[in-house]
Design a protein around this ligand. Structure first.
Ligand SMILES: [Zn+2]
Length: 147
C-alpha cells in the first residue's frame, strides 16, 4: 500500500520505472486528443468541480489514462470525497503514477502524472481515508472508464 511518505519520497528522489513509455510531441498529442483532454493532460488545466464526467460515477470497472490507456485505478478504490472531482484511495500499481512538487498558485501540492505518457492527472493529498490515507484528486478528462 502506498502512503504519503512514499509519495513524498518519489517526488523528492525520483519516480519508479514505468511499465512502458509513450512519448509523443505536443503537436501529436493535440492531433490525437479531444481539446478538453488535451488542455488537462498536456496543459495542466483543471476542470470545474462537479461539472465533470466521473465525479458521481460508481459503476464497477477500471479507470485508464485517457492519453495512453494505461490502467491507473480500479473503480473499487473510488470514494466520495465531497471535492467535486473523482477521488481514489490507491492506484492499481505503484509504477503507473509519477509524483512531482507543484508550487503553482502559491500552494504546495503534489502533482500526479501518468508515469507512462507524462499526462497531468491531478493532485494527491494526505487527507484520504484509512488505512492508506491518500486522496488522489483526479480530473475526469484525464481518465477513460473501462468495463
Ligand atoms: Zn498516460
Amino acid at each position: 500500500m502506498l502512503r504519503w511518505k512514499d509519495v513524498i519520497t518519489y517526488a523528492k528522489y525520483g519516480n519508479p520505472e514505468p511499465p512502458r513509455r509513450v512519448a509523443l510531441s505536443e503537436a501529436e498529442w493535440a492531433a490525437r486528443l479531444p481539446p478538453e483532454r488535451f488542455r488537462v493532460l498536456r496543459q495542466h488545466a483543471t476542470e470545474p468541480p462537479y461539472r465533470n464526467a466521473y465525479c458521481r460515477a460508481y459503476e464497477p470497472g477500471r479507470y485508464a489514462c485517457a492519453g495512453c490507456d494505461t490502467v491507473l485505478f480500479g473503480a473499487e478504490e473510488k470514494y466520495h470525497a465531497i471535492s467535486g472531482w473523482p477521488s481514489f484511495r490507491q492506484p492499481s500499481a505503484r509504477n503507473v503514477i509519477a509524483y512531482f512538487f507543484d508550487e503553482s498558485f502559491h500552494m504546495q501540492r503534489i502533482e500526479a502524472r501518468c508515469n507512462v505518457c507524462g499526462g497531468h492527472l491531478g493532485h494527491v493529498f494526505p487527507d484520504g481515508p484509512a488505512p492508506g490515507g491518500l486522496r488522489y484528486c483526479m480530473n475526469s478528462a484525464s481518465l477513460l472508464k473501462q468495463e
